[in-house]
Every structure is written in C-alpha cells, then in structure tokens.
Design a binder for this molecule. Sequence first.
Ligand code: NIG
Ligand code: FE
Length: 402
Amino acid sequence: MSDRRVLVNLRGLLTPDPAQAWAVDRIPDAALALSGGRVAWLGPASDLPAAWADAPRVDGGGAWATPGFVDPHTHLLFAGDRAGEFNRRLQGATYQEIAAGGGGIRETVRATRAASVPELVASGEARLRTFRERGVVHLEAKTGYGLELEAEGRLLAAYAELQRRGWSLAVTLLPAHDLAPEFAGDAEANAKAVAEDWLPELVRRQPGVARFCDVFVETGVFSVGQGRRIFAAGQRLGLTPRVHADELSWTGGAELAAELGAASADHLMFCSEAGMAAMAAAKVTPVLLPGTTLFLGMREWAPARRMVEAGCRLALATDFNPGSCPCQDPLTILRLGCLQLRLTFEEAFTAMTLHAAQSLRRDDLGHLHPGARAEVLLWDLADPLELVYWVGEPFRPRYLPS
Ligand code: NIG
Ligand code: FE
C-alpha cells in the first residue's frame, strides 16, 4: 500500500534550507509531496511533477506550512515547583542568593528525589503534550534534579519509558547540574563520582537511552577542569557534550565546548569574543535561552548578533525548568529572539528549527526539504511573521492528519 500524498491548498510554505547557511525558502501557493512519512518534493503547486498527479491530496485549508519547532534545551522532568522562590526574587532576593541558602536547584532536587518513576512519567507526558500542541515536535530533555545515582537513575528510567511510548526526545545526562548536598561543597569529589561512578552506571542501566551529557560549568558549581574530566568520561561512554556555559558569569565554558567538539554550548550571556570565535571554528552550536534572561530579570542578553557575525549558527531553546525559566512556549522564545536578541524573523525561525535540530544531530528535522520527516505545522495566518508580530497571541498550529 502506498502512503504517498500531496499537501495542497497552502497559502505558502516557509522552511530553512539545510544546504545553505541561514537561507529560508518562502514559497507562495506551495505544495508538499510526502512519501513514507518524509518529504519527497516541495515547490510551487503549479510545478508539482506529473508523477504526483494521482497521489491522494491533503487539504491544507489555506494555511502556511512550516517545519515543527525543535527545542534543544529543556529540563523536562522534575517534581514540585519554585513559585515561592519566585516570589522571594520579586521581593529582591537574587537567584544566586537563594541557591547559596540551600534553595534553588536543590529545592527541586528534594522534591524530585521523593518522586516515583510513574509520577515522573505522568508529569513528563503532560508536559510533552503541551509542547506538541504548541508546535514542538522534538526536544532535548535533561536529567539533573537527582544529583545522586538512584534518583538520576529514576529520571533516566522515566525518559526511557517516555521514549518507549513514542515521544521524540533526545536525552542528556546532567548529574553534574549542581553540587550534591552529600558532598558538602567538595566539587572535586563530586565531579569524580559523576565521572567514574554515576555516568558509567547510568549508561549500563539504560543502554542507548541517553545521547548527550552536560555539566553546569559555573562559578561556585563545577570548574572548567572538573567539567573537562566529566565530559571526557561521558565521551568514553559515547555521550556527546552539551555545556551549560557562561550563564551567570564568564568561566570559559564556550571555549571548553569548542575544545571538546561539543554539540552545543548553552546560555552564554557572559560569553567572550574568543569563545564565540572558538565555537564558530569548532562548529559548536550556541544555544541561546532568552526566556531565562527574562525570567531571571537580567539586563545582559546573550550577544546573538555578535555570534552571527562571528560565523556561529545559533539555536534558540526554552530551557524549560522550574527555577530559571518555567516556560513551555516556543512562541515566547521566538519573540524574544527577535525583540531582545535582535535576530530577524528568518534568523530566529531558523534557530528554532534547523539549527536546533542540527545541534541534536537530527538532519531529518527542522526543515521541509526532501528527506525531512513529515512533521509539518499548519498555521492559519496570512503570513508567518504574524507569529512574532501579534505579541502574546497564543497561536496553535494544526498537524497533518495521520
Ligand atoms: O539552565 N543552570 C542550571 N540549570 C538551569 C536552572 C535550573 C533551576 O534553577 O532549577 C538553567 O538555568
Ligand atoms: Fe538549562
């Protein structure tokens, strides 16, 4: 049985072109031919090749078609929330002060350690549904609220179950998300446990589930040297580095990411010019998280324009987590990308589709050129630019009928 079909009656189609840096195709009155769940042809409807003349039609209803969003940085699984901490921040306490007092990430760690795998799976699945309703078709999801082997193991088991249920997610091991309370501030011993014991054991328990590993390289958390050792251990296990880098201060995280050939360096509000040049040369994707800058009330936005000028192909992500960005909304990030990071609409859109997918090593997502998965969003808008222009409008895409 053939599953060839042609998506017709599109007002237009907007997609990044994976063959050219930052190029976006904007095709009015487009058609999209699909076969085997993948794109086989795209172009103006009037140019549809004769071979597709008899294929069944899917009515796009006059919508704009785009690829689905890819979110390359989330902390999807955690228990509890930090609304109380948020209120303290509104009254003047800083994120770092709260963390230094035993709150922050460690508050979520206490709640997450008490959660069972079925509870983690249930809340994770509800969040994945929300992401999908808003157009996110694939996302990266980190462990990191366990900070000890058994709790990190439960988070990884929950991700494995979500993958078994068919959710499209790339898992990152982040047991070095903060100093574990058990190590009483001994970052060196904590880093050694992560590198020598926890990472190998997690991979042994759930082979093939995690693809990446991450370390929070930050003043007062893990140093560049400790990060380097943890990442080396991850690489020996087949895990590609993604780095929480230069988020709250400059520590040389971007430079470390470049040295390691990491898939990404994330946050980068305090990235150096040398870090930008190094990421461009090493083809590390800078993943910028403007929702976090907003939610932490910081004044310095990541230097997105300078990164583009340095030759970086940057991506944007939500950083969804309970402390620094409880945001599951790709449109908020797209809007901040344009309005605060000063990206053009096409650049921000490419950052949330093609570049996000490339940072997750997925060439079949983030665009609608031949070979791409048929993860098509249909937007009932006169022009895709409206996604940014109508600030605050909760636009929701339609998906193709399966
Ligand atoms: O990406 N930097 C470390 N991790 C998160 C914050 C996590 C939290 O506050 O719970 C981040 O900002
Ligand atoms: Fe993060």
